[in-house]
Design a protein around this ligand. Structure first.
Ligand code: SF4
Ligand code: SF4
Length: 168
């Protein structure tokens, strides 16, 4: 495990959905987030999901320069999800700055490949789900992604889901 610290980054306090405090949807800032970070860090009410969360940068699977707040994109292996009736491992790729994925597409693709290589062959298939602002139509190339719109806090986002099997 890499010896990294989050520093000034608080990206997961925005992207991560939590059920505590009335429920915080994905991509909405947490009500406990303040200028210096989590206001309840180390207090008993600090949710377990937050204590457990480690993005792939913190895990050392993303290059040091690409901390989520600097890259504008965060990567994490979260809870498994069901695709085609089968429970699968999911790599979530969440944009935190509009167009951060499209503007850095080759870099993002290379980070995704790098992360998947770290997990294969312990898992056979990783579904990659991208969350990008839906600004002006397709945010990512239409190359096999299934696009599923989601409304979060009154704003439209687009999930781009791609099943990836070419990992050998
Ligand atoms: S997104 Fe990653 S680096 Fe940023 S605060 Fe969360 S765990 Fe730390
Ligand atoms: S409770 Fe704290 S660590 Fe958890 S999302 Fe809110 S601000 Fe972040």
């Amino acid at each position: 495990m890499a010896n990294r610290q989050c520093g000034e980054c608080t990206v997961c306090c925005v992207v991560l959905p939590i059920t505590e405090f009335g429920g915080k949807p994905r991509n909405v800032p947490c009500e406990k987030l303040c200028a210096s970070g989590c206001s309840i860090h180390n207090l008993p009410e600090h949710p377990q999901v937050c204590r457990d969360y480690r993005c792939e940068w913190l895990e050392g699977n993303v290059q040091e320069d690409y901390r989520p707040d600097k890259l504008g994109v965060v990567f994490w292996i979260g809870d498994p999800d069901t695709f085609g009736g089968v429970l699968k491992t999911v790599l979530r790729v969440n944009e935190t700055r509009p167009r951060a994925i499209t503007e850095q597409q080759s870099r993002i693709d290379s980070i995704v490949r790098r992360i998947k290589q770290r997990y294969y062959p312990r898992v056979s298939v990783i579904e990659v789900v991208y969350y990008a602002y839906d600004l002006e139509g397709p945010g990512l190339p239409n190359d096999g992604y299934r696009r599923v719109p989601i409304e979060i806090d009154g704003r439209l986002w687009m999930q781009h889901i791609k099943r990836d099997v070419a990992h050998s």
